[in-house]
Design a protein around this ligand. Structure first.
Ligand SMILES: N[C@@H](CCC(=O)N[C@@H](CSC=O)C(=O)NCC(=O)O)C(=O)O
Length: 285
């Protein structure tokens, strides 16, 4: 373990860091960002949020455009934003250079297929390696974690939480891909990373996980009604139906006029963080 701080800036009374480390999961150097709110300077361990990003993103998209720091400082939340794939020399990419697979598109799975399996291990990277590194390096309370994400990262947040509900007290998503097995982005990615046997995809598909019995108590999901990906790739109605049948409390908010961009995400970011803070802050184990 171990990491280097690449940059540090003061913001909202706290510290915005960008860090890098050598990952044993992906066998590459990985970069992530961490916001430490002002409360981190008072000692003690703080509740933390994971933000998982979408296709084409690095840690930088949400760090620069997500507008989360004021809310994190208000509520005393640490926010960690990982990259979305391994990168660097020798890491394979989509053969056609498409933006929905390969670099920037790790889909939060551990690939089993050649040539992806060597580096595309974002499930292990986020859930085990980075989680342990963050706990070792920063004043976070692992008993008070929330998770959110956008689009492919919303898929990651939902599937990680549904596989490990005991790790998270709160789960939300912005415009998530809720059923990758049933949409073009997901069929392409899961087919290539995990192979053609669709039963192996189910633990990486939020709707399939719920159909198979996975449970979280409640979910907050925002989607934009003007999102060009809504009907073909995101399909929130499938999550709505699965949650209704499973008895999961889903607050699905269809936001009129909003698209898929960080203009949408940043509009509702403070609202999500307040919702998480209500479940994370001021409570003990
Ligand atoms: N081709 C475009 C569109 C890619 C895009 O919209 N990416 C989204 C995530 S989509 C699902 O996971 C995104 O977050 N983009 C980054 C941003 O800063 O907006 C492109 O290449 O940009």
């Amino acid at each position: 373990m171990g990491m280097d701080i690449v940059s540090e800036v003061r913001s909202h009374g706290g510290r915005q860091l960008v860090c890098k480390h050598r990952s044993t999961a992906t066998e590459t150097e990985m970069v992530f960002s961490v916001f430490l709110p002002p409360q981190a300077e008072q000692g003690g361990r703080l509740p933390m949020m994971w933000y998982l990003s979408g296709l084409t993103c690095t840690h930088a998209n949400v760090t620069e455009k997500g507008e989360y720091r004021a809310a994190c400082a208000e509520h005393g939340l640490v926010l960690v934003a990982p990259d979305t794939s391994p990168r660097g020399e020798g890491v394979p990419d989509d053969p056609e250079g498409a933006w929905d697979f390969g670099l920037g598109a790790g889909f939060y799975v551990d690939a089993t297929e050649v040539p992806w399996a060597a580096n595309y291990r974002m499930w292990s990277y986020v859930t085990a390696e980075l989680a342990a590194l963050v706990e070792a390096e920063f004043p976070v309370d692992p008993a008070r974690q929330g998770i959110t994400g956008h689009s492919m990262g919303g898929h990651g947040a939902l599937t990680i939480a549904l596989n490990h509900p005991e790790w998270f007290r709160s789960v939300s998503a912005f415009a998530p891909i809720v059923a990758p097995s049933q949409v073009p982005w997901g069929e392409k990615a899961l087919g290539r990373y995990l192979g053609p046997e669709r039963s192996a995809w189910r633990r990486h598909d939020a709707v399939a996980l719920i159909e198979d019995g996975a449970r979280v108590p409640e979910l907050l999901v925002d989607v934009g009604e003007a999102d060009p990906f809504l009907e073909r790739e995101l399909r929130p109605e499938l999550l709505e139906r699965a949650c209704a049948e499973a008895g999961i409390r889903l607050e699905l908010r269809r936001q009129p006029g909003y698209d898929h961009s960080y203009y949408f995400i940043s509009t509702f970011m403070a609202d999500h963080l307040r919702w998480h803070a209500e479940r994370l802050v001021g409570t003990s184990n």
